[in-house]
Design a protein around this ligand. Structure first.
Ligand SMILES: O=C(O)CCC(=O)C(=O)O
Length: 288
């Protein structure tokens, strides 16, 4: 059976703290909330032109999906351009150029007042909202967020397909050890190389303008922009065990990974690839 993410993520119109906690937060289940921020000024005002006018002259770092970075997030964007040029690029037609975790509020602080983060859960990092820009066809390839926080992603312009998988599928998704990344392409899976994908089940949604998607801590996510898109994510801290493992991952494991990559280059990447295949094989064997 092919990898299956045809199930839709549950969707609610509105939800309060108590219901969210009981039905989604404690069980760590994804949910789309249609009207968490749909009334905000951001949903009324944000557009490519709105930001082009405000911060057109700012230099921004633009990311592309280069396959040589399959096993990590790039810390620095490979290309810089004026924000206005970036908007011209993404509005001209399909492109994979994206602004990832972009702090638009540093350049246009007044736009932070365009929305109020609701008290939907505890330990929300209210000052840490970040934005994402992309063109039609832009892909945020499959990854888990290294900080293990709970993510609330709101789309304020355009729409995107989001596919999520539980962290229980870590090994069958062929996570490269030492990282929160995988080389699998879920919309074009290579079953010969990654046979474990046959057993993977996920969920998807089309996140439309104004809607918010809650992705629990450590959930895998894959995102494809169906149009030019502007999103904003805020986060709430994971529980103690997630915080400890995030600190370990960021402070130790990924430092070792970076060091080994610098020392041994391709050898390290191939080693991780082998380990990922071996980890999945073990699970497949135990299932027989
Ligand atoms: O919407 C996007 O471009 C990416 C969002 C994402 O990967 C995240 O919130 O972790």
């Amino acid at each position: 059976m092919p990898i299956d993410f045809s199930q839709e993520i549950e969707s609610v119109d509105t939800i309060d703290y108590a219901e969210f906690k009981e039905r989604f937060f404690i069980p760590q289940k994804p949910v789309k909330i249609k009207n968490l921020l749909s009334d905000s000024d951001a949903n009324k005002k944000w557009s490519p032109d709105y930001f082009k006018e405000k911060i057109g002259d700012v230099d921004v770092g633009v990311f592309f999906n280069d396959p040589c970075y399959l096993d990590r997030s790039l810390k620095e964007a490979p290309q810089k351009m004026k924000f206005s040029e970036y908007i011209d690029l993404i509005t001209a037609g399909p492109t994979d150029a994206r602004l990832h975790l972009f702090n638009v509020f540093k350049h246009a602080p007044e736009t932070r007042d365009d929305f109020v983060i609701p008290d939907i859960t505890d330990r929300i990092l209210k000052t840490m909202a970040l934005t994402f820009f992309g063109g039609e066809g832009t892909v945020a390839r499959m990854h888990r967020d290294m900080d293990n926080s709970n993510v609330f992603l709101t789309e304020f312009w355009g729409k995107k397909k989001v596919v999520v998988f539980s962290p229980d599928y870590d090994k069958l998704l062929y996570r490269y050890p030492f990282t929160t990344h995988t080389g699998v392409e879920i919309e074009n899976p290579d079953y010969d190389l990654f046979p474990g994908l046959h057993d993977v089940r996920g969920q998807h949604t089309i996140l439309e303008k104004g809607e918010t998607l809650y992705m629990p801590s450590r959930y895998w996510h894959y995102i494809r922009y169906m149009s030019v898109g502007i999103g904003m994510a805020f986060r709430s801290l994971g529980d103690v065990s997630n915080l400890v493992s995030a600190a370990w991952q960021m402070g130790v494991v990924s430092q070792v990974d970076d060091g080994m990559r610098q020392l041994t280059g391709e050898w390290w990447f191939q080693k991780k690839q082998k380990w990922a295949l071996k980890n999945a094989r073990k699970i497949l064997k135990s299932e027989v």
